[in-house]
Design a binder for this molecule. Structure first.
Ligand code: A3P
Length: 346
């Protein structure tokens, strides 16, 4: 009898416990869904520099993971889109590069901001002639759904080094904001090489050593024909962009600092985009297993970048590293001078 009563009591407690947890989860989800049904902030003040006036509720997670996410997956009807006043907007800011600079981390971290909606895929509209020929409407349709008060951001790192891109972007929007994330040029070149190497290995192909590609064996000088080297000469590429855009329209993000100390870098970007500061230390936590900062949207959702970000680099002959650093040095100085951002690279 006593045993039966105990079992009954245990069962009751279990049911009550489940109910309590269920209610808590429901409340968390409900707060989010209520939030996301309202537009976020007045358009005025977002790009007008009136920081702090525009109110951005802290609901990035539910909003973006919920309704917008469903729309992005194509699970929404036209009626729902119309009802919620959602639009596909051309980007107000583009992360134009640099490849392996931390472009994905920057995009994902900016997406923590409630006023920012990211285009998840690299669209390659301006650097790919075939895509460009499809026209600006094609590009717009590639953008995620957002509220009119939000801004869309896309990233395609190939933009930075592709000849035709500055003019094409200028034709779309001459006052667009341009983000460039850079890393110490030799590290970036090795990261670039590592990515290509991994691709070759996946296809069971052999590949040259980095040293062989980066140094011309005839002259023993740095091989400027090697793409990974050329991409790291940031000032050369930037100079092409400056024929179309004034330097004030660019913001340089320190990709090395974004790895070790992301928040201050993101705060500088918020300022550049005239967004009220909404990304906080709460949104970023260091994951010791990954060895990188990961993203926290709220108490339920968090994510780290994919394993393809943060690869282990092969060891490179120190004399080659020294040679490359010496080679990049004058270009770096020029880059600091043009951009007004000194990065203290060796
Ligand atoms: P490595 O793989 O060389 O470490 P991109 O997104 O432009 O391809 O840049 C990839 C680089 O982003 C990675 O280069 C990695 O170091 C850097 N990165 C910056 N923040 C990161 C983060 N939070 N998680 C993973 N990688 C990050």
């Amino acid at each position: 009898m006593l045993f039966k009563q105990q079992a009954w009591l245990r069962q009751k407690l279990l049911v009550l416990g489940s109910l309590a947890v269920g209610s808590l989860l429901y409340l968390v989800a409900r707060v989010g869904s209520l939030d996301r049904l309202q537009p976020i902030c007045p358009v005025e003040g977002r790009f007008s520099g009136a920081r702090g006036q525009a109110e951005f509720p802290l609901r990035a997670l539910q909003f973006k993971r919920g309704l917008l996410h469903e729309f992005r997956k194509g699970n929404a009807s036209k009626e729902q889109v119309r009802l919620h006043d959602l639009v596909q907007q051309l980007p107000k800011a583009i992360i134009i590069g640099v490849r392996k600079g931390g472009t994905r981390a920057l995009l994902e971290m900016l997406n923590l901001h409630p006023a920012v909606v990211k285009a998840s895929q690299e669209i390659h509209f301006f650097d790919n002639d075939e895509n460009y020929a499809k026209g600006i409407e094609w590009y717009r349709k590639k953008m995620p759904f957002s509220y009119p008060q939000q801004i869309t951001i896309e990233k395609s790192p190939a933009y930075f080094i592709t000849e035709e891109v500055p003019e094409r972007i200028y034709k779309m929007n001459s006052s667009i904001k341009l983000l460039i994330i850079v890393r110490e040029p030799t590290t970036r070149a090795i990261s670039d090489y590592t990515q290509v190497l991994e691709g070759k290995e996946r296809k069971n192909k052999t590949y040259y050593k980095f040293e062989k590609l980066a140094i011309d064996s005839n002259t023993c000088e740095v091989n400027t024909k090697y793409k990974a080297v050329r991409t790291s000469i940031y000032t050369k590429h930037l100079e092409r962009w400056l024929k179309y855009f004034p330097i004030e329209q660019f913001h340089v993000v320190d990709g090395d600092r974004l790895i070790t100390e992301p928040l201050p870098e993101l705060q500088l970007v918020e300022k550049f985009l005239n967004l009220p500061p909404r990304i906080s230390q709460y949104n970023l936590y260091f994951n010791a297993t990954r060895g990188f900062y990961c993203l926290r949207f709220n108490i339920i959702f968090n994510k780290c970048l994919a394993g393809s970000k943060g690869r282990i680099h092969p060891e490179v002959d120190p004399s080659v590293i020294t040679k490359l650093r010496k080679f990049f040095h004058p270009f770096n100085q020029k880059f600091y001078q043009i951009t007004g951002r000194t990065l203290n690279w060796p």
